[in-house]
Design a binder for this molecule. Structure first.
Ligand code: NAD
Ligand code: UDP
Ligand code: UDP
Length: 333
């Protein structure tokens, strides 16, 4: 790589699920990567295989405190992402989103760095339009159990938009829809990790409600492609950009598919629907495609097989129906 295109890049939340894949991609591209994390939900095991790379550096730090480093680009991913994790300490979740955004924007302003924000489809709440487009303002409960995350991320978007307008900061706001793959935390309570662990250990798959609520799942490799493409655009798009796979599926069907790819004989057990659980979610990604040429390319069953291989190693299951999968975890926590 030419020296000119080699950048110093800060990834906050770099030891988490998405962050570790992003660090890996940027290290492979030859950039100098500074991975910052307080290990709240992330793990050193996720980035252990990068520690010997000369262009990778790990820093324990909490994004709610100021950080003075010299970088060219910032990817701000630090924030617990699963409902179980972000509701565990909801005040800290809002602080992480809001104070974290202020600190990283202040840093971007001082060093004139380009800055990416990992926002979320949760800014749409329980949406009244379908599929969701970026100009939809959302339908969010400001005082419910999900609000610490939803409103924290909405306020972070406001800060990014205002730092752009007021200080000319070059921003990229990605509204990330449900993403899955290897290195998801096995106990984060998210649907794919729950179903994988349950299927691989012979437990019933816990479908909340009647399982007819939908999500649209994007495989992690596709999502990381989108992050890098969005960051590489020559100019700030001036609008948040939806990133996700538009393939919409019900929770009952994903339970059945998980049983299929793992070859499990687990049953399905129905449990109460959590409060404020969004009913439907599907991204309209035409803006992302128009701006970057990106569309996700991993079919759901292929992604689930790769994910099953990872969880099989975690669960100590020797073999699954995912025997044609390519991904093997580097470390088993
Ligand atoms: P994750 O929990 O695996 O990763 C988050 C990382 O941030 C962890 O490593 C955690 O330790 C770290 N972190 C948390 N609080 C911190 C703090 N105060 N200071 C420093 N580090 C801190 O979750 P993920 O799925 O990798 O999500 C990454 C980002 O993407 C999050 O901002 C999340 O909101 C966003 N996102 C993810 C999804 C998804 O489906 N995975 C969907 C929408 C948005
Ligand atoms: N900040 C940081 N690193 C820097 C510069 C700023 O962490 O290199 C933090 C600092 O906590 C500051 C915040 O970013 O309060 C916002 O910075 P800004 O310059 O926008 O506003 P300030 O509060 O300094 O007036
Ligand atoms: N869900 C489920 N069983 C589980 C975990 C989750 O049926 O064991 C449902 C949950 O109620 C929601 C969907 O799966 O409707 C996605 O949940 P997740 O926590 O993964 O993501 P989010 O709700 O934040 O999109």
């Amino acid at each position: 790589m030419k020296e000119l295109s080699r950048k110093r890049i800060l990834v906050t939340g770099g030891a988490g699920f998405l962050g570790s894949h992003l660090c890996e991609r940027l290290v492979m591209q030859g950039h100098d990567v500074l991975c910052m994390d307080n290990f709240y939900t992330g793990a050193k095991d996720n980035i252990a295989h990068l520690l010997d790379c000369a262009n990778f550096e790990l820093m324990r730090h909490d994004v709610t405190f100021p950080l003075y480093v010299e970088v060219d680009e910032i990817y701000n991913l630090a924030c617990p992402a699963s409902p179980v994790h972000y509701q565990h300490d909801p005040v800290q979740t809002t602080k992480t989103s809001v104070h974290g955004a202020i600190n990283m924007l202040g840093l971007a302003k001082r060093v004139k760095a380009k800055i990416f924000q990992a926002s979320t489809s949760e800014v749409y709440g329980d949406p009244r339009i379908h599929p969701q487009t970026e100009n939809y303002w959302g339908h969010v409960n400001p005082v419910g159990p999900r609000s610490c995350y939803d409103e924290g991320k909405r306020c972070a978007e406001t800060l990014f938009a205002d730092y752009r307008r007021q200080h000319g900061i070059d921003t990229r706001i990605a509204r990330i829809f449900n993403t899955y793959g290897p290195r998801m935390h096995p106990a984060d309570g998210r649907v794919v990790s729950n179903f994988m662990m349950q299927a691989l250990t012979g437990q019933p798959l816990t479908v909340y409600g009647d399982g007819s609520q939908t999500r649209s799942f994007c495989f992690v490799d596709d999502m990381i492609d989108a992050f890098v493409r969005l960051m590489t655009l020559p100019a700030d798009p001036g609008s948040p950009v939806n990133l996700g796979n538009p393939h919409e599926i019900s929770m009952l069907e994903i339970a059945q598919r998980t049983i299929g790819v793992t070859g499990s004989s687990s049953a399905i057990a129905f449990r109460p629907l959590p409060v404020d659980d969004p009913w439907r979610r599907q991204p309209d990604i035409s803006l992302a495609t128009r701006l970057t040429g990106w569309t996700p390319c991993t079919p759901l069953d292929d992604g689930l097989r790769k994910t099953a291989r990872y969880f099989a190693a975690l669960a100590g299951t020797a073999r699954t129906a995912a025997d044609d999968a390519l991904v093997v975890p580097q470390q088993v926590p």
